[in-house]
Structure formats: structure tokens, C-alpha cells
Design a protein around this ligand. Sequence first.
Ligand SMILES: *[C@@H]1O[C@H](CO)[C@@H](O)[C@H](O)[C@H]1NC(C)=O
Ligand SMILES: *[C@@H]1O[C@H](CO)[C@@H](O)[C@H](O)[C@H]1NC(C)=O
Length: 683
Amino acid sequence: ESKHGGGKNGKKEGLSGSSFFTWFMVIALLGVWTSVAVVWFELVDYEEVLAKAKDFRYNLSEVLQGKLGIYDADGDGDFDVEDAKVLLGKYKHRMILKSVKEAIKEPLKKLREKQESKKEEIKDEEEKKKARKGKDATDRKDKKAVDTNKLKKDSDKAKRDRGKEKEKGLDKNVKSKETTKKSTSEKDGTVQVGKDKETKKITKKKRNKQNYGSLMRNRRLKERSVPAQPPSPDSEETIQPAEKSYVESAKKKKKPKLLNKFDKTIKAELDAAEKLRKKGKVEEALRAFEALVNQYPQSPRARYGLAQSEDDLAEKMRSNEMLQKAINTYDEVVSLPNVPSDLIKLSLKREADRQQFLGRMRGSLVTLQKLVQLFPGDTSFKNDLGVGYLLIGDNSNAKKVYEEVLSLAPNDGFAKVHYGFILKAENKIAESIPYLKEGLESGDPGTDDGRFYFHLGDALQRMGDKEAYRWYELGYQRGHFASVWQRSLYNVKGLKAQPWWTARETGYTELVKSLEKNWKLIRDEGLAVMDKKRSLFLPEDENLREKGDWSQFTLWQQGRKNENACKSVPKTCALLERFPEATGCRRGQIKYSIMHPGTHVWPHTGPTNCRLRMHLGLVIPKEGCRIRCAQENRTWEEGKVLIFDDSFEHEVWQDAGSYRLIFIVDVWHPELSAQQRRTLPAI
Ligand SMILES: *[C@@H]1O[C@H](CO)[C@@H](O)[C@H](O)[C@H]1NC(C)=O
Ligand SMILES: *[C@@H]1O[C@H](CO)[C@@H](O)[C@H](O)[C@H]1NC(C)=O
């Protein structure tokens, strides 16, 4: 994260202040996985989620939804100079007051998780009804059930908001550039990370369906994952933040209206309660707001304060239950009479992202749909909704949403990158390019994400366009890739990085010796499977091939042994059992790989720098088989092990006259500690 403008100790502080959002973000990256998340989150308690989150300093609403919420430190519903002062006061050590904007950049990041959206505003009775109606409509999936007058009104309101948003956006872009420059110079200190998981069931179901996350999977060679392990709190890993650079500008914006008519009459009381909350006196604030809600049950602002206090307390107590309560309370706000429209927006937005945090994807979708219905002119809500669909793997509805956004706002960069992403997932390579490209070029919030560089480059490469490397270079400069050649997104920083390795360099000489010594045994068991149980070899299914026939027979994946598979190759499995660096490598596999003549595997990049990949040659035609890793070609030899780091771009050609059979053994990167090997989430 230091990559993104953080200081040397940025990470530590970032981690300690990390919010739970982050964890979900990881899921968001890997769509296949998202479906699992729901289950996962039902089971996992808050504590664990938080622990995980510490590795992943993502902020869903910022990163995915592409907007910065308001960093409103002084609680006046806006981010302004006063907020900046508050932030600066809290982070004196970082106070380089060149400009407020500059100075708040750092503290903002740290504070991100602590700052709830604190904007408040007002709306009226109609809104309430509409909200209800909207909800019902959503439940019925009837998007047209909203009263037209209201829509009109909302739309006007939304237009105004959009104007505001635009201003904000411009500022962010400026900021973004500055941060980018800085991050480039700090590149070396950077970490990237990530994780993904998916159950086999889900994999099976969605194997060929690319969704938001599964695009990531394309970079992996036939990797089927299983549920991840809880990462260690002090894992070295952090996910590559896609958009850390959006910082709310200090520019004075029009303050949102916080209070409705009635609430203005109890402003002093509301302020007093809010002050407690701002001071971090969470329990006291909760009690104060509870009292206000009891006294003034119709006060939207009081109820919103209560929701926020519950939300704060949930974080403090790390309680899912409390968070659920907060979610319910946010929902209640919206059904009160005379709720200011900005308060509705804030409540629903927060509700949606808390729901996502808890893995309640469907619930959040309903909330997002409600927002879209209430504020149909606000494309940012539509963009959020698109992400909501992507998160549940519903690419086709996401696609519709982005088509809608693009018809309303043809220059919306966020919609463009996501639309391009979806097209690419549909293997509409050429069509995806302009969207990804223009989306990235827009510099809009939410677009500067490694995945978009990754897939744009990949699409260009597949079209034979050398411009790919320009985008890889840019992705590297912006901190998304460790280098132009090494483009894995799930990395532990500081690991030795080179395309090709010798056995000695890896330190796994015993394993290599054993593989080479027993290669015939391994080969013969593999050949027997080919003869008798060929169906155990599954075709590569991640769209890595330009052409050809390529299948794999997997014995271990994500550190899990496939007992059934091993029944067919018992000696090979027995031999491997002695090498936990391989069998325990939860970020890799052990498998046979057969490739037939006429195969070309597109240049691609593995997901993580945490493993090295050994290839033991078993049946190698004399000529015509080649593998390139980064800028060096090699070829296999029977009975010999090749070792490379598949987080570097690699490419394979099979132009021989007969099949090529190799045995693939992934091992932990030798520099990973025992702790990391235990705790890094599986991929
Ligand atoms: C993420 O961003 C939103 C809006 O930008 C903000 O309200 C929220 O507090 C942030 N959350 C975390 C966990 O950083
Ligand atoms: C590697 O092999 C491929 C395929 O034969 C060839 O096109 C390419 O030029 C070679 N690259 C290098 C760096 O030798």
C-alpha cells in the first residue's frame, strides 16, 4: 500500500486501522468466490473477518463503487477545511501543510475506516412512501413501480448531485495523479496481495462462466480452489489496492442538508449526541441517540445517528449482530416521514455496503436497487448496482446496468471499465478493448484497478497488439504490478523475483532430486491413467489457449490432496507426501499436464508470487515444445526439472508431432516463512 502514496509506516497504521470492508473486497475480486462468501460470512465471526481484513486494505465503496465517500471529520455532513483540520490534528506527525489537500492525503487513508459517512440531510414524507414502495418494488423485481412524479423530482435532485459529483471527481483525478507519481517512486516498498477461494461445487457450476472475479482466474493455469484458510493477522500480505488515490478534495462543497424541519428544532440535542459519537464515545453516543429516538421516534436524523452509533459499536465490539442491528436501523431511517434525500442516500449506501460486508449480497442488491429507483438520474448508484450484480456473479444484469449508464452518461469511465471487463469475460476480446482503454484513460474513480490494466493488456496481446506492454508499463507505474513482466496481483512483497530458478536457488534440492530420480515411476503412473482413466484428465478451461488440446490431472490443489486421484497414482502421491513445501502449498497444485500438438497457450500470468512452479519432463517430443517465461525460452527434457516463477508472463507452444506430458509441482516460494505458509489464504 505504500505503493499508493503511503509512507514507510503506512502499512502498519493502515493495517491496524483496517476495516472489515477490505475482507469483502477480496471476495469481490474473485467472482466465483463471491458466491461462497455468503456462506462463509454466515459462519465466520466478526473477529475473524477483521483479522482477514487486516491483510486487505480495500474499501469497497471507494474501490469498487468508484467513489470516495465524504471524509467528514467534523460531522457537518461535508468534507471541508474543518475536516482537514481535524484530520491533521489527529495525525500531526504527518503534517506537512503544503496544502490542505496534500496534507490530508495520508491521514485520510488511515482514517478511512473510521470515518463513517457523516453527511446528513433531509427529505419528506413522500420520500418515505417511495422508499417503501421502492423496496416492495424491488422485492417484486418490478423496477417500474415507482411513482413518476417522484422520479422526476429525484431525477432533478440527482442532476444537481451529479454536478456536485463531477466537481468532486475532477478534484479526485488531480489528486489521483499526484498520488500515482508518489507511489511510483515508492514502488519497491510495495506489497500486493490477495486471495481467492471458491468451492469445488461452485467451480463446477461456474467453471466456464467468467464473472467479476473469475477473470482473475484466467491467469491461472487450471486452478480450482477450495475455501481459504483464515489469514494471519500479521501476514505480510496486502491486497493491491486498486484505488487508494482517491482523496476527497478539501475544496468547499455545498453542504448537504442534514436535518428536516422538525430535526432543526432539536438540533442542539442531536449535535450533543453526535459530538459524543465523533469523540469516539461510542456507547455514550448510542445511549444518547437511543434516548433521542425514544423521545422523537419520527426523527430521521436521530435514527440515523443511532444507526451510525450501532455501526461504530459493531466495529468496536466486532459484532456481526450489532452490525445487523445497524443495518436494520439504517433501513428504518429511510421509512420515516420527511427524510431528507441525502440522508436516504447515505443510509442506503451505508446499508448496502454493510450488507456486502456481511456477505448479504442479495440484501445489498435490494438496497442498491432501491437507491437506483429512488434516484434514477444518479448514475453513480447504477454503477454501484452493477457492482452488486457482479458480486453475485450475475454478469448479465450487471451488463445491462452498465449499458444503461453508458447510454445516459457515455463518458462514464467507471461504467466503461466494468463494461469492458464484462465483455472480456464473455471472450469478446476486441470489443472489450475500447471500453477498458477509455475507462482507464478517463481516470475516473474506481477505474485505476490492476484488473483492468491486466485484462486490457491481455486483450491487446491476444489481438497481437504490442500496445499491451504500454498498459502493463502503466499498470506497473501505478503500482498494480511488481514489474511489467511479473503481473500477479496476489503477492507478498519483497520475495525474490526472477523468471527462472535453479534447484539450488530454491533450496528444494531434495524434492528436485527425488522427482528426477523417480521420473519414470511418475511417468508410468501418469501414462497408466492416460490409458485407462483418461477422463481424469480435465481440459484446461480457463480460456488460456489460443488453440489446441491441453488437459490436466490434478493430485493436490491448494494444499489439499485429492485422495481419489491419488488412488490412480499411489506411488507418485506417496513420494510427494515427504515434501510439504509442495503438498502444503495452498497457492498451487500438483498435477500431470498433457499437451497435444498444435497447441498455443496465450501469454499469461499466474495469480501469485508466492509459489514457484516445477515442471518435470515425462514424455517430451524431440522438437517443437517450448515455454517462454518473461524473455527467455526453454524446453523440457525427460527426467529433468525446470523451475520458473509463473507470476511472470509465460507462454507455451506445442508444435511437435506427438503429445507432451509433464508433471507440475508447485512449491511455496522459498522465502516465505513458516507462519506465512500456514496463514496465507489459499489460491
Ligand atoms: C470506505 O469508504 C466509504 C465511502 O468512501 C466510507 O464511508 C467508509 O467509511 C470506508 N470504509 C472503510 C472500511 O474504509
Ligand atoms: C521463443 O519461442 C517462440 C516460439 O517459437 C518464438 O516465437 C520466440 O521468438 C522465442 N522467444 C525468445 C525470446 O527466444
